[in-house]
Write a protein that binds this ligand. Structure first.
Ligand code: GRF
Length: 197
């Protein structure tokens, strides 16, 4: 299976995913793209030997369709079977999603359906939640709302800040996403639940 990955920043999830696709893994990373030419993850992908591209969304101002048309070209050129959004921070239109629906995954730093959207860790702390975590889901046109393929749970500890909780969740993202991708690439869509090691 050919896997394309989209990032917007440091790409720590992308790195773990690319590093997981070796040996008898049924998938290989074929391209890493970003909406930000300065994204640190692009250099990390190149170090791992994965071709990269960047389409600067700022060039397209508010023209989302034009940005997505530009993004689509290098993506389709890579002939991906699976598209992994990994720290990708742009909202995709239904037209774009429909092109990959059923084979496009995203990781979101909350226990969906709780806290779709932004500032998930702050919201969990303010709500007094005892636990938080991350979800890997199939992408549908509705933001952060598709079928969940895996979740990882961590405790919210007394004195946690959004940053301390984010760090704890990120560690579990790095376990969860590769495990879910390997199953998904093998045709297994049963839900995976992880608890903090
Ligand atoms: C992480 O918090 C992840 O949950 C979210 O994007 C953030 C950065 O991820 N999707 P990465 O280090 O760029 O993979």
């Amino acid at each position: 299976k050919r896997v394309a990955l989209l990032i917007s920043g440091g790409g720590s999830n992308m790195v773990k995913l690319v590093q997981s696709m070796t040996g008898d893994h049924p998938a290989r990373a074929v391209v890493v793209g970003s909406n930000d030419p300065e994204a640190g993850g692009l250099a990390r992908a190149a170090e791992l030997g994965v071709p990269t591209f960047a389409i600067d969304h700022r060039i397209y101002k508010g023209d989302r369709a034009a940005f997505e048309a530009a993004l689509l070209q290098p993506l389709l050129d890579a002939r991906p079977d699976i598209l992994c959004l990994a720290g990708f921070m742009r909202i995709l239109t239904p037209d774009f999603v429909q092109r990959f629906q059923g084979r496009m995954l995203n990781i979101h730093p909350s226990l969906l359906p709780k806290y779709p959207g932004l500032h998930t860790h702050r919201r969990a702390i303010e709500a007094g939640d005892a636990e938080a975590g991350a979800s890997v889901h199939l992408v549908t046109p509705e933001l952060d709302a598709g079928p969940i393929l895996g979740q990882a749970r961590v405790p919210v500890l007394p004195g946690d800040t959004a940053d301390s909780l984010a760090a704890r969740v990120l560690q579990q993202e790095h376990r969860l996403y590769p495990a879910v991708l390997r199953r998904f690439a093998s045709g297994d869509q049963t839900m995976l639940s992880l608890t903090a090691a």
